[in-house]
Design a protein around this ligand. Structure first.
Ligand SMILES: [Zn+2]
Length: 471
């Protein structure tokens, strides 16, 4: 990247809450129902139907706001955001505008070079739109022969989180999104599954001459449904904008549709200005006044957040190890293993390699038993150790049977076996001594067989060679 340009990146994230019911009606909130089975007069916008806010959704938005170090508004107001589209039966979305529930927060993103703090402009509540299903082979609008509307998603609660343009590279943007996702999941507010769309994000990108402090025209990238796509899309857009400026051109304000695997992000539409939505206060809802006692109760429910845990564990292990453990959801098990006497680094290595490969839920593991195995890892045959990890989440899992398979590595136990094996094949021993090196494997194989596979092959190799050479 050119050193004379500084990227300026801001993010807008939508997280779908997993409340029992929708934001303003009592329809079930969740995936899986047949099309248009989770609807009622409120979310289908029948005349005269009135919204009633979901208390739980408000509490969860406050909780996330607290986790993001936001100010919780003493008075928050729902607004109507007016636009016409088939997925929006009221022709407005109930959202929040100039009096959002949460504002002025921050999230510290740990990196190898210390924390990068990203400002949170606001976090507000709104309702989702219905889902348009384009009937075409590609599933996309282009080339569709019909568009069907499924209103099950219409009116489901969303939290929209908007960051300050504090991010200056794609990797930090990706790390922020990953950390935010983990925070939301740990707070149990949302599944935040990117592939299901329960977490979605848009990215605003501009570039400016390094050190200038100005904000130039930005473009918005939509349709990012993976962290890697977001990073890739950002990098591509930064390069595109620098290319335009260096060729003497101007960047146009527009919304771009990220298509993975394709070189360009085609424009979807020119960006609407805020006043196009004609925001006005929702007359069917009173302002929300969160009681201080409620805010404090919610604050007390928040445990140590993932960013803080990465920082704490990085004091013991490297930043890299801490990051892998926390973002992999392994750090609580790691703490339990260390508490049960396992070596910190060894436990981290086992968890982030073999344990991950075994695919076991870390929450189901008996840490005291696993700690015994971690301590003996070097002496247990690899296959037995892997098998132990794959069973570590089973009820009644115990280290004992695997510890019994400890390798025989002691020369005192091995040497008599090796001597016996060599004595049994004097001809081959003679051939080895006269230069037929390949026969080493023959003897090693015999010794492994005699010890029932419990010998450490590396040590057997060394000892057999030494005995045959008469040293
Ligand atoms: Zn409904």
């Amino acid at each position: 990247m050119s050193e004379t340009w500084e990227p300026v990146i801001g993010l807008e994230i939508h997280v779908q809450l997993k409340t029992e019911t929708k934001m303003f009606c009592r329809c079930r909130n969740g995936f899986g129902g047949g099309p248009n089975t989770q609807t009622c007069p409120v979310c289908l916008a029948f005349p005269g139907a009135l919204p009633v806010p979901n208390r739980r959704a408000i509490e969860e938005a406050i909780k996330l706001g607290l986790a993001l170090d936001c100010t919780i508004a003493a008075r928050a107001v729902f607004h109507r955001k007016n636009y016409f589209y088939p997925d929006n039966p009221k022709a407005y979305q109930i959202s929040q505008y100039d009096e959002p529930l949460c504002s002025n927060g921050r999230l510290a993103v740990p990196t190898a070079d210390g924390d990068v703090t990203i400002g949170i402009t606001r976090a507000h509540l709104e309702e989702d739109a219905a889902k348009n299903v384009h009937v075409a082979a590609s599933g996309r609008l282009h080339g569709a022969t019909a568009t069907l509307v499924d209103f099950n998603r219409c009116g489901t609660p969303l939290i929209e989180i908007v960051t300050e343009p504090d991010i200056h590279d794609a990797d930090t943007a990706k790390r922020f999104l990953q950390l935010l996702r983990q925070t939301v999941v740990e707070l149990d507010l949302s599944d935040a599954e990117l592939e299901k769309g329960s977490m979605r994000f848009d990215v605003n990108v501009s570039v400016r001459p390094a050190g200038s402090g100005e904000l130039r025209t930005r473009t918005e990238l939509k349709n990012m449904n993976s962290f890697n796509f977001a990073a890739k899309g950002i990098e591509r857009e930064i390069a595109r904008q620098i290319g335009i400026y260096e060729a003497g051109g101007e960047v146009q304000q527009e919304t771009l549709h990220f298509v993975p695997g394709e070189e360009d992000s085609p424009p979807i539409r020119s960006k609407e200005e805020a006043q196009d939505y004609r925001y006005f206060p929702e007359p069917d809802l009173v302002p929300v006044h969160p009681p201080a006692a409620l805010v404090e109760r919610l604050r007390a429910e928040i445990g140590e957040l993932p960013g803080a845990r990465i920082g704490r564990i990085a004091d013991t292990l490297s930043f890299y190890d801490a990051d892998v453990l926390v973002t992999g959801g392994l750090d609580r098990l790691w703490s339990a293993l260390v508490g049960a006497g396992a070596d910190a680094k060894e436990a981290a290595n086992v968890l982030s390699n073999q344990f991950v490969a075994a695919g076991v839920d870390p929450g189901t593991v008996n840490a005291a038993e696993l700690a015994k195995l971690v301590a003996a890892r070097a002496e247990i045959p690899r296959a037995a150790f892997d098998e132990a990890l794959s069973k570590a989440g089973d009820a009644g899992f115990a280290a004992g049977p695997y510890l019994e398979q400890k390798l025989v590595a002691d020369a005192g136990e091995l040497d008599p076996v090796i001597e016996r094996v060599i004595a049994a094949s004097p001809g081959q021993a003679e051939q080895f001594r006269s230069g037929k090196e390949g026969l080493l494997g023959f003897f090693v194989g015999q010794v492994m067989k005699e010890t029932g596979g419990k010998a450490d092959p590396r040590i057997v190799n060394e000892r057999v060679r030494a005995k045959l050479s008469g040293t």
